[in-house]
Design a binder for this molecule. Structure first.
Ligand code: PLP
Length: 406
């Protein structure tokens, strides 16, 4: 019998997980309430970053009182997005840019454009945990391909090539969240070749491209230069401007002209059903992007300074390691796997007031990974990392035996 008929009405589709209860970590967080050292924070507006007071003045533009819907968004806004790519040496055609309300919405549009129900989009692992959910909400599969930690997170092409699903597109995250790794030029060449051979579209998520840290091969180079294969490059204000609440992102389509036109025609059809972009935000976009440099700089400065403290603190703990962090807002720590990641994170939370993400949350396959946000205010970050490292150190110390004659 179909499981849905066992549920009380109204029943839920299998796009929504059957079990929506909180996991152990989320339950503990809820019970504790305010967390003194939250190293999972991903909301830049909650980290003491200074935003210029006049930044949102453009939202009051009276032109926002007229509604003239275009599924791709106003042309003035698309030209401003195209100009952003000049710093990467690319001049995308503004007619080939589509605005969306978020990168998540952009993924949804592209999944519906490329895949019929049951078909698949390949996604990297470890990476952004939302892919699985976005795919399932669109009734498609999201099998993973591996990024190899031992080789500095290069693409494991054998895992890509051996995928037996009915793949229509492949996602790259450049730089990847949370490993911070850029897609190096060799991997990119090989990937584009494979996409051509298998007739896969390419979706390149570059929301963290403006935030290089240690850098590395591939840094600063955008997939929006890709002309050989249909490529959809994603960016958006939630990271570019550190303002997720503005709800504006974009897709830049590049590739062979005829294929791009056909893809955009389909994408117009999808976007026209939603028209999710707010006119005032789209009209304000040119000014918002022009005014965004100090915010990006403040976020970069925060992440760099926290990364430096992290590196210095980790150097005192030989059992813990931190690799290069190419770019983005997170760092990953390799810790001894004496306890399960979940148990370690629970202990850190309950005994030391430090919240940190377990690696398995991002799809790390081996044990002993922790993901740390580089966004928190510096004092809070440094003390949180100290407590975390001390907590990890304690798990390595054998418990005293025989004292006190219990
Ligand atoms: C790789 C990646 N892409 C996209 C997003 C979300 O972007 P948006 O807020 O535009 O949906 C995130 C959020 O953390 C992310 O890590």
């Amino acid at each position: 019998m179909d499981w849905r008929y066992n549920l009380p009405m109204p029943h839920r589709s299998n796009r929504v997980p059957v079990d929506l209860s909180l996991n152990r970590l989320a339950t503990a967080r809820k019970r504790i309430g305010a967390i003194p050292f939250d190293l999972t924070i991903s909301n830049p507006t909650a980290c003491g970053i200074a935003y210029p007071a006049e930044l949102l003045a453009g939202l009051a533009d009276p032109r926002g009182l007229d509604y003239d819907p275009d599924p791709r968004g106003p042309m003035t806004a698309r030209k401003a997005v195209a100009a952003e790519y000049e710093q990467c040496g690319v001049s995308p055609d503004p007619r080939h840019i589509m605005l969306t309300a978020s990168t998540s919405e952009a993924y949804g549009f592209l999944f519906r454009l490329f895949c019929s129900p049951g078909e698949a989009v390949l996604v990297p692992s470890p990476s952004y945990p939302l892919f699985e959910h976005l795919a399932s909400l669109d009734g498609i599969d999201a099998p993973t391909y591996d990024l190899d930690g031992d080789s500095g997170w290069h693409i494991d092409f054998s895992s890509l090539e051996s995928c037996s699903a009915d793949v229509r597109a492949v996602v790259v995250v450049h730089p990847n969240n949370p490993t911070g790794s850029f897609v190096p030029p060799d991997d990119r060449r090989q990937l584009v070749g494979l996409c051509r051979k298998r007739d896969w579209a390419l979706i390149a998520d570059e929301v963290f491209l403006p935030f290089p840290l240690d850098g590395g091969p591939g840094e600063g180079s955008s997939f929006a230069t890709e002309e050989d294969r249909l490529c959809c490059t994603l960016g958006g204000l939630s990271k570019n401007l550190g303002l997720p609440q503005l709800k504006l992102a974009w897709i830049v389509m590049t590739g062979p002209e005829e294929i791009v036109e056909a893809a955009l025609e389909g994408l117009d059809y999808v976007a026209d059903a939603y028209l999710g972009v707010s006119t005032p935000v789209a009209l304000a976009l040119p000014q918002l992007l022009a005014d965004g440099a100090p915010i990006r700089e403040a976020i970069r400065k925060r992440c760099r300074s926290n990364l430096e403290s992290l590196r210095s603190l980790v150097s005192e703990y030989p059992a813990v390691s931190l690799g290069p962090v190419g770019g983005g807002w997170n760092a990953v720590l390799r810790v001894p796997s004496v306890l399960s990641e979940e148990e370690l994170c629970l202990q850190l939370l309950e005994r030391r007031g430090v919240a940190v993400h377990p690696g398995h949350f991002f799809g790390f396959q081996s044990k002993g990974w922790l993901v740390i946000s580089l966004l928190p205010p510096t004092d809070q970050f440094t003390e949180g990392v100290r407590l975390l490292l001390d907590g990890v150190g304690q798990t390595l110390t054998p418990p005293h035996s025989g004292s006190g004659g219990a």
